[in-house]
Ligand binder design. Sequence first.
Ligand code: TK8
Length: 342
Amino acid sequence: MNLASVRAGLLFMVMTLLVLSGCQASTVNGNGQEVHTIVVGSPIAETHPGHEAFKRFEQLVEERSEGRLDIKIYGNGVLGDDRELTESVQRGTIHMTVSSTSPVANFDPSFYIFDLPFLLPDRETAYKILDGDIGQRLLHNLESQNIVGLGYWENGFRQITTSNKPIDSAEDLQGIKIRTMENQLHIAAWREFGANPTPMSFGELFTGLQQGTVDGQENPLALIETNKFYEVQEHLILSNHIYTPFVVMMNKEFHDELPKDLQTIINESMQEAKDYQRDMMIDQDERILQIVTEDGVQVSELPEEEKEKLRELSEPVYESGRKMVENDQLVDEVIAEIDKLQ
Ligand code: TK8
């Protein structure tokens, strides 16, 4: 039985249990109050700050709603990976999820903007773009997909890991079989870098690395740690080549049918969970680098002049990115806003 069918079975079981055990979207409690159940599917490991943020969200929402909202969190990707969970939220099979923005670009091409290499230079700029007019506009665009974008958490700056070779220069990427997200702009970027990009879902990545289906991958440190990628990789190269956000999403029909006061509680609690998650992410790097070093991984930093070569190789990616974002003006606007913030 493959991973996809296991997940489909789990999803069916979870939804059947929720309906049969009277836990469908809403029930009436002992005080005669309507209780709305929010089923959350998360692709993130339960040891990741993203899962902690969902637990903080659960605590805030259940307290503030005085039990009228009941959150059920299914983490570790048991209900699917980013794309499957986003589809489940869109259909209303589950109510809420979080995904990297890269798979969400398959639902709304505006989100390709965050796959442009070296676009966001640092966290502060990323937060200002995401929490400002541009990021909020992208969240609003999701409503046409029956999705309410509730906010952005931090996934982080992507770093490279390999099983067989150090990467000391842009040249060293030639021919390396690297797993990429299932996102056409990511694939194009790694092809321009000279690598051999292999798109693969996040849920299949550890096995792909362990079995040597791919030589390497690229992800933020927190995921390299919590999904144990470092245990099956020999080299970690700090490249910061892309900053990927997480986007938290809720089914729009479900959201809009909730009483207005509960919608407000959800939105306010999500903003607090967002700040909590970002704060947890900020001081993780040193601790994670120590863990992977102690596990025998060779850690290095890609020299600035080599990053500059990758920036130059990214120029055609910006051209194809303009077409894929389907909004030239948005790309210009983001670049201008980033320049203004420097
Ligand atoms: C986590 C994924 C991950 C992403 C990837 O579910 O697929 O490599 O970076 O964050 O969304």
